[in-house]
Design a protein around this ligand. Structure first.
Ligand SMILES: [Zn+2]
Length: 625
């Protein structure tokens, strides 16, 4: 290189570096814990090259995968905002979630403390055993700087041996990480503790992705070893639904599990990780924990990458409403247990019990007469961990999109198999959605460039089934309408018999009762149109007598009804807000069904039924990727 060229390079560098810095100056977070036992985290956040004009700092009001509003700003206190030299900057607070730095010279340092004491997938939890950090619940961020890269440093309390479990990308040392942008940062919950780590590689899958299980738990190493082998089976079986794994950032997916007596039960999906929390242990609740894990891992495709347009990009400032959660969540409630069954971790009876519960709920819930599965999905901001102090009508007007979606998943899988004699299945549909909407990826980690719409879902079904009329009809009736498929006929193809769970059993409706002062009291909504509803019974009523017989407990009332037959009419006496009331209970037959194997119902399983069942429920893991 000549001297002249060298000078040119130096000049160029001088020009380029500040420009690059202006566009890219990373936002630097430092998280420290001087009083973890008091549930406190200290946040120190530095912005450089802040564009002229007010800097709008925000605490989020929502968290990816959680649909209700959460006022995360409520736990923030001791906010100090200064320039680089430590001089306080002028500040306004236009609303409870926002701090506006009205004048600055390009450098803004924000320090605050934050309280957090809930171990789950949504909040922040700090104590002397760990910091369990859901980023939207904990980190302030700046409007307009969402595309900037981030560095984040975790500083452990004195005297502990904590390490970092996260999908954040590794930085210069084991405590420093990076995120390419705000979306990715917020999607990266982090467990900072002395957790146990298990690692396995799917060596035969394209790209040989690495899987980590970071478990903060109270069990033994042996229990975790066995659990990790179960997790590997789930990962393998789920991978075979799609034929490959997503291209995880860093080629790594991390299961972060907090199985601690003081945790709250939850599972929360992210692009390259999931948070799994439970107050139970591997020893006491292995299958329950695996069921949640299987659901969440399926999200690595379905919702994280096969993503509805309504959730992309995620809005941290408002509720995120989606009409597609029957698929984005509900199908995972179908595939979660199906993957466990295919992996040999549960039995067919366990799987059928879950399907039976979904079918019963969907068929008997009064809410189904009011809204479709699509409309139920759009209610998520009111029901998904939404706290309200006033009572709501959800028990009568809402059917969970998890449950309804699972029933649709089962119904669609069986319908496709039925009409094509097993040649087209729900696995084909999920693969087609993956190829078209998930696999193409995003312009940056944390983004999905080809999110789907309801019309896309319908069109993909039309092309997979090779029949647009079928797809139109299925969506119109079972997803955007309020009908349910004929499970009796469809399950019969697999040699499964749907029958009344309690034939001839008298039924007053599914009532929630509580014994209060020696009387049964109605403690939840009375289902619309149920015999109890038609008898005039309502929440808070205290039942005194049924059929002329004094009742002193819920069990007593149950016995009084059990002794009758469907069609019987029995007088009811109850007390409502100080007044004595009467009504007439016209008993129905318990509408709930159960699913049993033909061979357990004394019927012969035909070879055709055996083949249908095997093709549906048996492992795919012997296939190669
Ligand atoms: Zn889910």
């Amino acid at each position: 290189m000549s001297r002249r060229a060298c000078v040119l390079v130096v000049v160029l560098a001088v020009i380029l570096v500040p420009w690059r810095a202006l566009a890219q100056a990373p936002i630097a977070y430092r998280l420290s814990f001087t009083e973890p036992e008091h549930r406190l985290m200290e946040v120190d956040l530095s912005f450089r090259d802040v564009p002229a004009g007010p800097l709008e700092l925000r605490m989020s009001r929502s968290s990816p995968g959680r649909y209700a509003l959460h006022e995360f700003a409520k736990n923030v206190f001791d906010v100090r905002i200064t320039d680089g030299a430590g001089i306080a900057l002028p500040l306004t607070q236009p609303n409870p979630h926002q701090w506006n730095v009205t004048r600055h010279a390009g450098v803004v340092r924000v320090r605050y403390r934050i309280f957090g004491d809930r171990v789950d997938g949504t909040y922040l939890a700090v104590d002397s055993t760990h910091a369990h950090i859901n980023m939207p619940a904990a980190l302030m961020w700046a409007r307009g700087l969402e595309a900037r890269p981030v560095t984040i440093r975790f500083e452990a309390p004195a005297g502990v041996d904590w390490r970092v479990g996260t999908q954040l990308l590794p930085g210069g040392d084991p405590f420093t990480f990076t995120a390419p942008n705000l979306q990715y940062l917020m999607d990266s919950p982090t467990e900072f503790s002395a957790f146990s780590l298990r690692t396995f590689v799917m060596a035969d899958a394209p790209g040989a992705p690495i899987f980590r299980l970071a478990a903060h738990h109270t069990g033994t190493d042996g229990e975790l070893d066995a659990f990790s082998r179960d997790v590997e089976q789930i990962v393998r079986e789920a991978g075979h639904v799609y034929g490959e794994y997503p291209a995880f950032e860093g080629n790594t997916y991390t299961f972060i599990a907090d199985y601690l007596p003081w945790a709250n039960g939850d599972g929360m999906e992210h692009r390259n990780s999931t948070i799994l929390t439970s107050s139970s242990s591997i020893r006491s609740n292995r299958l329950g924990l695996l069921d949640t894990l299987s659901h969440e891992f399926f999200h690595a495709w379905n919702v994280e990458r096969i993503r509805p347009r309504s959730l992309e990009p995620f809005d941290f400032e408002d509720a995120n409403m989606s009409g597609e959660l029957w698929l984005a969540e509900g199908f995972n409630n179908y595939y979660g247990p199906l993957v466990l069954l295919r992996a040999g971790l549960i039995q067919i009876g366990d799987f059928m019990a879950e399907m039976e519960a979904s079918i019963n709920t969907v068929r008997t819930s009064p809410g189904r007469s009011l809204r479709s599965a699509e409309e139920m999905s759009r209610l998520a901001p009111f029901v998904d961990a939404a706290a309200s102090i006033d009572r709501t009508s959800v028990d009568n007007t809402f059917v969970s999109y998890y449950t309804w979606g699972a029933a649709i998943g089962l119904g669609l899988d069986l319908t496709l198999r039925d009409r094509t004699d097993g040649k087209v299945t729900l696995d084909h549909y999920m693969r087609a959605l993956w190829q078209q909407y998930g696999k193409p990826g995003g312009k940056a980690p944390g983004y999905v460039d080809r999110p789907y719409t309801m019309a896309d879902l319908k069109n993909t079904l039309a092309s997979v089934a090779g029949d647009a009329e079928f797809a139109d009809d299925f969506f119109a009736r079972f997803i955007q309408g309020r009908e349910v498929v004929n499970y009796e006929r469809l399950l019969a193809r697999a040699g499964l018999v749907v029958g009344r769970a309690s034939p001839g059993q008298a039924f007053a409706g599914q009532l929630r009762l509580q014994d209060v002062l020696g009387r049964p009291r109605v403690d939840g909504a009375v289902p619309f149109a149920s015999p109890a509803y038609q008898a005039g019974l309502e929440r808070d009523d205290t039942i005194l007598a049924v059929g002329g017989m004094d009742v002193v407990s819920a069990a007593d009332l149950g016995r009084a009804i059990d002794g009758r037959k469907p069609g019987d009419q029995i007088p009811l006496v109850f007390e409502r807000r100080g007044r004595l009331m009467t009504g007439m209970l016209r008993l129905a037959e318990d509408p709930r069904v159960e699913i049993v194997r033909a061979e357990d119902a004394g019927q012969a399983l035909t070879p055709e039924e055996r083949r249908f069942r095997g093709a549906w429920l048996s492992s795919r893991a012997r296939n190669t990727f």
